[in-house]
Ligand binder design. Structure first.
Ligand SMILES: [Zn+2]
Ligand SMILES: [Zn+2]
Length: 312
């Protein structure tokens, strides 16, 4: 079953064709931001998550109201017990929901890393795939073989052969603009580009957290889309920023744009590229969050409030 709750509006089509840097798109995003443009909320059917027993609740259960992101697949190392590989996957636990964002390039590595942290694959209620590249989708088939039965949220542009294959086992939803994936967790929807992509937005009481896979359409575009959809700035961006091969001047402009957009903390990994990671580290200092496989980032209110608190 493929859920298609609504069709793209003419404005969205304009945004997808023109990109976010044009006056038309800017006006569209502005209307999204101030609420004058209605984005149809997904039906309860399309956001319902499979109700599965959750194993090891004490291991990785985030405390009430906290967001917990565990990097399960990355080419950078953090926890020496875990294996690195080219790709990305992150477990997002928020308000009693367990969502896997991307699945890395292969199931043996993903499952071994989950075992190292005692994460039962059957706990995963939803999987969101950022884009159709193998280093983000390669672990899914083996995850299903391991007994996981998540609702899978992917892009309308995914190859139909891929969709057919997983539809045999699980429910597949083609995501729509700003669709809710779980309580407080939303997709940017398909951001257009040579390689279209979605990112996940977690709307916490301390601000927006954006989790990106590769950010092929441009990490700034993904941030702007998230901000426009939720009507507030993005406080933390974690994931691949896809900035390899950019010149120093280009990287400086991108880091400056992060500041201009009000991004408070950054956690670049996967395909960001070492020079870009170093530049973010130099610019953000204590607000640079080093990330690699095994890294657990907790965004929680704690005693202090009003600012994004990270613990790990
Ligand atoms: Zn990619
Ligand atoms: Zn990638």
């Amino acid at each position: 079953m493929i859920a298609r709750p609504w069709k793209h509006s003419a404005s969205l089509v304009a945004l997808l064709i023109l990109g976010t840097g044009t006056p038309v798109a800017a006006a569209y995003l502005q209307r999204l931001a101030n609420g004058s443009l209605a984005v149809r909320k997904p039906t309860s059917d399309s956001t319902q998550l499979t109700n599965l027993p959750r194993g090891n609740p004490k291991m990785l259960q985030a405390r009430e109201g906290q967001l917990r992101i565990t990097v399960l697949y990355d080419n950078y190392s953090h926890d020496p017990r875990m294996q690195t590989g080219w790709g990305f996957a992150a477990l997002i636990e928020y308000r009693d929901r367990t969502i896997l964002f991307d699945t890395g390039a292969d199931a043996p590595t993903l499952l071994a890393n989950m075992r190292a942290l005692a994460i039962d694959p059957r706990r995963i209620e939803a999987v969101a795939l950022s884009h159709a590249h193998g280093d983000h989708t390669g672990g899914l088939a083996g995850l299903l073989e391991a007994g996981a039965r998540p609702a899978v949220h992917l892009l309308p542009s995914f190859p139909s052969s891929f969709i057919r294959q997983i539809q045999a086992t699980v429910t597949v939803t083609e995501v729509t603009l700003g669709q809710q994936i779980g309580e407080g967790v939303f997709t940017t929807g398909e951001v257009s580009g040579t390689i279209p992509e979605q990112a996940l937005i977690v709307d916490t009481e301390l601000g927006l957290v954006l989790v990106t896979g590769c950010a092929h359409p441009g990490v700034l575009e993904m941030i702007e889309r998230a901000s426009a959809l939720r009507g507030k700035k993005v406080n933390l961006v974690l994931g691949g920023f896809h900035l390899r091969g950019k010149s120093t001047a280009e990287l400086q402009a991108i880091v400056a744009a992060f500041r201009r957009l009000g991004v408070e903390k950054v956690a670049p990994c996967h395909c960001t590229g070492d020079p870009a990671i170093q530049m973010f580290r130099d610019e953000y200092l204590d607000n640079f969050v080093p990330v690699g496989v095994g890294r657990i980032v907790v965004v929680g209110s704690g005693e202090e409030s009003g600012r994004l608190q990270l613990r790990s």
